[in-house]
Every structure is written in structure tokens, then in C-alpha cells.
Design a protein around this ligand. Structure first.
Ligand SMILES: O=c1ccn([C@@H]2O[C@H](COP(=O)(O)OP(=O)(O)O[C@H]3O[C@H](CO)[C@@H](O)[C@H](O)[C@H]3O)[C@@H](O)[C@H]2O)c(=O)[nH]1
Ligand SMILES: [Mn+2]
Length: 543
């Protein structure tokens, strides 16, 4: 291809067939460069982070634009203003200079209408990320992001930078290409006009060198420079490095959405995606990117936010225990509600109500629907029962054996092979990851059956029966939260939720009957049972 001239090429004026006037518009295509970086056995290609770092270096030799937009291979630009809007934040005279990146929310196409697996993640994007704007800004989410180039180079924000960028002694940090290092000061000047470069042999050679695996040997790429390596979620840590240096970021949301992409609507794929994120979060906690080790430039509450982002899978071990708790009272005559029942329930209801009232306000402020919020609650419980404990297990293994986690790419919807747009939603791929949640489902269905059986055995209007049935509410609540999961593992049958309800009623009835058959006390024993119940040390749920 011949190189385009630097002279603008104006389009044709409006005519009968073409009502648009292009006589004042430069119609040359912007420069488009396709790259294939070197991959070599013995070198970890570092997936997306490796690809981004090569692009960062190569683009420095081509346009060296001070701002860089990044979006995933499965995302696209959906709004022609998407590149202009973040510039308002970058060039803002108030704190634009210190803004390292502008993050858009992720929006998705072809998610099923009721968003069964919370793919839209609206609470996270429109609630959590937006609210971080009040601190140091949202975390970097991997796609739909505009960066300031020098922030990616690991430079300090102007607020903390004594003078202009010093390059002496930086050779080891950035690799050996002098042309790349010489390009760096220009990459910081945001008013610079960009002229197309002439790709001659010398430049081609430079570019080829910058794309090799060996280029990064002994440099800081992948740690203090560029996207961060050796972690399943390079995005959060890369953003974290900037925040800890004192940069801020900005959340930017627009209608129609600036960027859109695809999301996995298959249950197994979705769980694997969440496994990668939660595994990556834990890896972050046990790495040099631990938020506790960041310096004073990290806002105190931002530090708390990052700590939460990197430890949440650990917390859910307790939730799993809570969900399995009914096992205790399936096999023993213990209640699992603390007595005095009334006072305990009162505190519990008050605390839960407060959490949910706050949730409602946040949902309202964020402008999202109640359904988004319900899906968020449900998917949290689904993740908490199977995925997060698995992530914790992986992390423990990694700490002991030193072997990293292998994470697969999120596989994309395969709508082409079916008339049904949401075919993926009804495909079940059985994997061990589904097991813990299935066990929780079974235990809680059985607990509901046993509760009804116990109540029936004692007579429905006794005090004991009342306690047992109230205790059952906890099991029912877990079942409500796991409802999307139950539909998911039913595959095609999940298209008719009625079947699930019939099966549920049958299972509960069966357990109830079995309980009554096995445990129905003889009339003479009733007083004895009641007495022992009165003494039983009563246990409470821990969740
Ligand atoms: O070897 C690889 C693997 C991935 N990619 C890119 O990385 C993107 C993200 O991978 P994907 O499988 O789509 O994962 P998702 O779970 O959809 O991605 C989310 O989570 C990732 C972190 O786990 C972030 O990097 C992404 O930006 C974010 O959208 C892909 O679209 C590709 O563009 C590469 O360039 N090379
Ligand atoms: Mn993706």
C-alpha cells in the first residue's frame, strides 16, 4: 500500500444522489495498523496484557497519541461520541491532568430478556463503579477505557511529579529501543498535532524489534510499566498501580452506550468467568498489588474498596457453611434458630431490612431497576456457593504448590448454529463447579421438607411447629436466591418454570412424608420429646 499523503483529501459536495456535503471533510481513512506479535515457546505470551503492551510500544512509533482507547476483541464502539466524551475529563482544567483513565460501563448485546445470570451486572457498573468516582475513581475494567499514555508507562501524576519526565537511566525499565524511549516525552504532550509517519525500513525494523518476546527481557514491562502480567485479571491490578501512584480515574456513562460487547449467557461459561475474576482477585491480594502495601497516595476509602475487591471470595466460605447448616437439623432434633426466638428474629429482620433499604436507595440513585438488583443478589448467592469457594481452594493450592491457575477464555455465544437466539441459556455443560450449589439446593429442599414433616408430627399448632416453620424461612430464602441456578441445570426444561415448581413440591412432600413415617413420636412420647426440645441447646445461623 502506498502511504497516504499528508495533504487533506476533501470529499465531493452534495449532489442529487448524495445529499451529504463532504466538500469540507477530509475523507482519508485514519491509519489502521494490524499487528501480529511474536509468540515463542519458552515465553509466556501473557494473553491480553502481553498483546496490549506490544500495541502500546508499536503505537508510540506510529502516532504516539497521548491518549489510547482500549476495548476487548468481543466489544465494539457503539456511539460516535465515545472518543470525544472522555476527552472532556482528560482536558478538564480542574483535575484532568491527574486523570489516568476514563472508564465506561460494559454493556452487552443478546443477553436473555430477564438476564437470568445477571450478565448486565448493572449494580456493579452503575452503582459501585459510579460511587468510586467520589473517591479516586472506578477501577479499570479491561474494556471501554481511555488511557493517558504516560500513565500506562508507569509515570507519576503531575501532582506528584517534581519536574518533567526524566529519561536518564530508564533504559533498563523500558527495554533497549532508543527510538521508543525517545518517543516518550512527546507522548505526554496533549496539544501536539499528529502527522502520519513515513514507514521506511528503519522504522519497520524498530517496530519488529518492539514486537519480539525478547524485547521485554530484563525490563519492567508487565510490572511497573504497561499492563501487569501473571494474573488472571490484569485489568484491576493495572488500574490499581495507577491509583496507588496517586492518579485518579473517571467513570463516564452515556446513551446510547459508548461501547457494547458480548457476554456468556450459558450457566457454566458464566460461572467460569466469575471463577476467573474471583481467582484473579485473590491472586491480587497475595501479590505485590496488595492494597495494604500501597503508599499514602491511595485514598483511604479507595484502599478499602480495593481490599474488598480482592478478598470477597474468602468471605463466602462462611456463606457456604451457612447454606449447609440445615444438615444439622435434618439429622438431629436441634432447631437452628436461636432462642429467645422473638428477640433474635427482631434483630435479624432489622439488620436485613436496613441493608435492603440502603440497597433500594442505591438502586434508585443509580437509576437501575429492581430486577437488576434482584438478579445481582441471586447471582451473588450462586457464586458464593460454588465458585468463590473453588477460587479460594485454587488460591490455597497456588500458595502451597506455587503453581498458577489456568484460566480459559470466556467462550462466546454460538447463536449461528441455532434458530433460538438464547440457545446457550438452555445448554447444560456438567462440570464439577456446579456440584456445591447442587448440594446446597438439595440440603435446603430437604430441610423445608423435614420442617413440614416435623410440624406435622407435632401437630401444626404447637409452639415447636411454629418455631420449626419460621426457621424454614431461611431455607426458603436460599432457594429463592438459587432459583436461576435451578432453572439453569434443568436445561431445556427450564423454559417452563412450572415443571420446577411441581418437582419442588413433590420433593418437599416426599421428604416430609419420609420424616413423618420415620420419626412420628408415639403419643406417649410426645411430652418427652417436648421436654427434650425445651432443653436442646439451640443453634443459630451464622450468615
Ligand atoms: O490471549 C488473549 C486472550 C484475551 N485477549 C483479549 O482479552 C479480552 C478479554 O477476554 P475474554 O475472554 O473476553 O474475557 P471476559 O471475561 O469477557 O473479559 C473481562 O475480564 C477480563 C479480565 O479477566 C478483562 O481483561 C476484560 O477486559 C473484561 O471484559 C478478549 O476479548 C481479547 O480481546 C487477548 O488479546 N489475547
Ligand atoms: Mn469478553
Amino acid at each position: 500500500l502506498g502511504h497516504p499523503s499528508c495533504k487533506p483529501q476533501l470529499g465531493s459536495p452534495a449532489s442529487a444522489d448524495n445529499p451529504l456535503d463532504f466538500s469540507n471533510v477530509d475523507t482519508r481513512l485514519p491509519m489502521l495498523v494490524y499487528m501480529s506479535r511474536e509468540k515463542r515457546p519458552g515465553y509466556n505470551h501473557q494473553k491480553k496484557a502481553g498483546a496490549m503492551n506490544v500495541m502500546l510500544r508499536v503505537s508510540a512509533m506510529l502516532s504516539n497519541a497521548p491518549f489510547v482507547v482500549n476495548f476487548d476483541g468481543d466489544h465494539y464502539i457503539n456511539n460516535s461520541q465515545a472518543l470525544r466524551a472522555p476527552m472532556c475529563f482528560m482536558l478538564d482544567p480542574r483535575d484532568g491532568q491527574n486523570t489516568a483513565f476514563v472508564q465506561f460501563p460494559q454493556r452487552f448485546d443478546d443477553v436473555d430478556p430477564t438476564d437470568r445470570y445477571a450478565n448486565h451486572n448493572r449494580v456493579f457498573f452503575d452503582g459501585t463503579m459510579l460511587s468510586l468516582n467520589g473517591l479516586q475513581g472506578p477501577s479499570y475494567l479491561g474494556t471501554g477505557t481511555m488511557f493517558r499514555r504516560v500513565a500506562l508507562y508507569g509515570m507519576e501524576p503531575p501532582r506528584y511529579r517534581a519536574e518533567n519526565i526524566k529519561l536518564a537511566g530508564k533504559v533498563n525499565e523500558f527495554g533497549s529501543s532508543t527510538s521508543f524511549i525517545n518517543s516518550m516525552p512527546d507522548g505526554a504532550i496533549q496539544e501536539r498535532s499528529i502527522t502520519p509517519v513515513l514507514v521506511d525500513e528503519a522504522l519497520s525494523n524498530d517496530l519488529a524489534t518492539l514486537m519480539t518476546c525478547a524485547y521485554e527481557d530484563g525490563s519492567s514491562w508487565g510490572r511497573d510499566v504497561g499492563w501487569v502480567y501473571n494474573i488472571a485479571t490484569e485489568d484491576v491490578v493495572t488500574g490499581f498501580r495507577m491509583h496507588r501512584q496517586g492518579w485518579r480515574s473517571m467513570y463516564c456513562s452515556m446513551e446510547p452506550a459508548a461501547f457494547r460487547g458480548t457476554a456468556p449467557i450459558n450457566l457454566t461459561e458464566r460461572l467460569y468467568q466469575v471463577l476467573r475474576w474471583s481467582g484473579g482477585s485473590l491472586e491480587m491480594f497475595f501479590s505485590h498489588s496488595n492494597a495494604l502495601m500501597a503508599g499514602r497516595r491511595l485514598h483511604p476509602l479507595q484502599r478499602v474498596a480495593y481490599l474488598n475487591m480482592s478478598t470477597y471470595p474468602i468471605v463466602t466460605v462462611f456463606i457456604l457453611a451457612y447454606n449447609l447448616f440445615p444438615v444439622l437439623w435434618l439429622f438431629s432434633e436441634q432447631f437452628y434458630i436461636q432462642r429467645p426466638f422473638g428477640t433474635y428474629i427482631m434483630y435479624l429482620v432489622a439488620v436485613i431490612a436496613m441493608i435492603h433499604v440502603i440497597g433500594m436507595f442505591e438502586v434508585k440513585w443509580a437509576g437501575i431497576t429492581l430486577l437488576d438488583w434482584c438478579r445481582n443478589e441471586q447471582f451473588y448467592m450462586i457464586g458464593a456457593t460454588g465458585v468463590y469457594p473453588t477460587a479460594v481452594l485454587y488460591m490455597a493450592l497456588k500458595l502451597v504448590t506455587g503453581k498458577g491457575i489456568y484460566f480459559r477464555l470466556t467462550s462466546k455465544q454460538t447463536d449461528a448454529c441455532s434458530n433460538d437466539k438464547f440457545a446457550d441459556l438452555y445448554t447444560v455443560r456438567w462440570v464439577p463447579l456446579l456440584l456445591p450449589t447442587i448440594v446446597v439446593l438439595v440440603v435446603n429442599v430437604a430441610a423445608v421438607g423435614a420442617a413440614i414433616g416435623k410440624a406435622a408430627a407435632w401437630g401444626f399448632f404447637t409452639d415447636q411447629a411454629r418455631h420449626v416453620l419460621l426457621g424454614m424461612l431461611f431455607n426458603v430464602w436460599i432457594l429463592v436466591l438459587l432459583y436461576p441456578f435451578a432453572l439453569g441445570i434443568m436445561g431445556k426444561w427450564g423454559k417452563r418454570p412450572v415443571i420446577l415448581f411441581v418437582m419442588l413440591v413433590m420433593a418437599i412432600g416426599a421428604v416430609g412424608l419420609v420424616y413423618v413415617a420415620l420419626h412420628a413420636p408415639y403419643p406417649a412420647d410426645i411430652s418427652e420429646v417436648a421436654a427434650s426440645l425445651g432443653e436442646a441447646s439451640l443453634t443459630g445461623p451464622s450468615g
